[in-house]
Design a protein around this ligand. Structure first.
Ligand SMILES: *[C@@H]1O[C@H](CO)[C@@H](O)[C@H](O)[C@H]1NC(C)=O
Ligand SMILES: *[C@@H]1O[C@H](CO)[C@@H](O)[C@H](O)[C@H]1NC(C)=O
Ligand SMILES: *[C@@H]1O[C@H](CO)[C@@H](O)[C@H](O)[C@H]1NC(C)=O
Ligand SMILES: *[C@@H]1O[C@H](CO)[C@@H](O)[C@H](O)[C@H]1NC(C)=O
Length: 189
């Protein structure tokens, strides 16, 4: 079969476009790992409790960092950056503070597995772009820390952190699905 010239040209264009995308300096992150992290975090405890709502004024994740529309190249960069900053900030909180004895009924095994994945994701990061500073999220993490350091509000602080991290993972996966690599999708659970 002889393909019309137009089709061949289109195919060539598609191929070269794909090669350009593959060789461009974006972070490549395994979608399945992010998805597993999301599911573990979602399943390790119950919904955000009503009595913690009063701390929403203290802890408000700056949603504006995630509100972009189509998944263009620059936006993928932005989304992966937000994800990295969020996971790294949460890692620091987990390292610097221990979970309260009371008030949190988190599944320890799932939380451990989540943390292992979190480290794996932070280690998997391969991108050659410049590292930007994270003023946007640093005040968020300061506020989270302030709330979880006080005995009365500690559990709420942890739950707010989990809620916001879950939201970041979920929006990244749902709205920016194509920013991740999905080569090993057959390993999905
Ligand atoms: C991820 O965030 C950490 C902490 O801000 C930073 O040190 C690291 O370079 C970031 N990685 C990328 C690929 O931006
Ligand atoms: C965690 O502790 C390190 C070392 O004390 C500090 O530099 C960092 O800002 C802390 N991060 C958070 C989020 O508490
Ligand atoms: C931090 O807390 C203050 C009040 O304590 C609040 O005005 C501010 O919006 C909070 N910022 C974030 C990012 O949570
Ligand atoms: C929440 O923010 C208010 C107003 O800034 C502050 O007075 C209060 O101490 C904060 N609560 C916690 C638990 O950090």
């Amino acid at each position: 079969m002889v393909l019309p010239v137009v089709i061949i040209t289109i195919l060539l264009k598609l191929c070269s476009l794909q090669m350009m995308v593959l060789s461009s300096p974006v972070c490549r992150l395994q979608g399945v790992l992010v998805q597993s992290a999301h599911h573990l975090l979602r399943d390790l405890g119950g919904p955000f409790p009503v009595h913690c709502v009063k701390y929403n004024a203290n802890i408000s994740f700056p949603d504006s960092v995630l509100t972009a529309v189509a998944a263009s190249h620059a936006q993928c960069h932005q989304v992966l950056w937000v994800l990295n900053e969020s996971l790294d900030g949460a890692r620091q909180v987990f390292e610097n503070h221990s979970l309260p004895e009371d008030g949190l009924e988190w599944d320890e095994v799932k939380f451990d597995n989540f943390q292992n994945l979190q480290y794996q994701l932070l280690g998997e990061w391969r991108c050659s772009s410049n590292v930007e500073s994270s003023d946007v999220l640093s005040s968020y993490f300061k506020n989270v820390t302030a709330v979880l350091q006080q005995q009365d509000s500690a559990a709420c602080g942890w739950m707010a952190l989990r809620r916001d991290l879950l939201c970041v993972l979920k929006s990244a996966l749902q709205q920016y699905h194509s920013c991740f690599t999905w080569r090993h999708a057959r390993h999905q659970h």
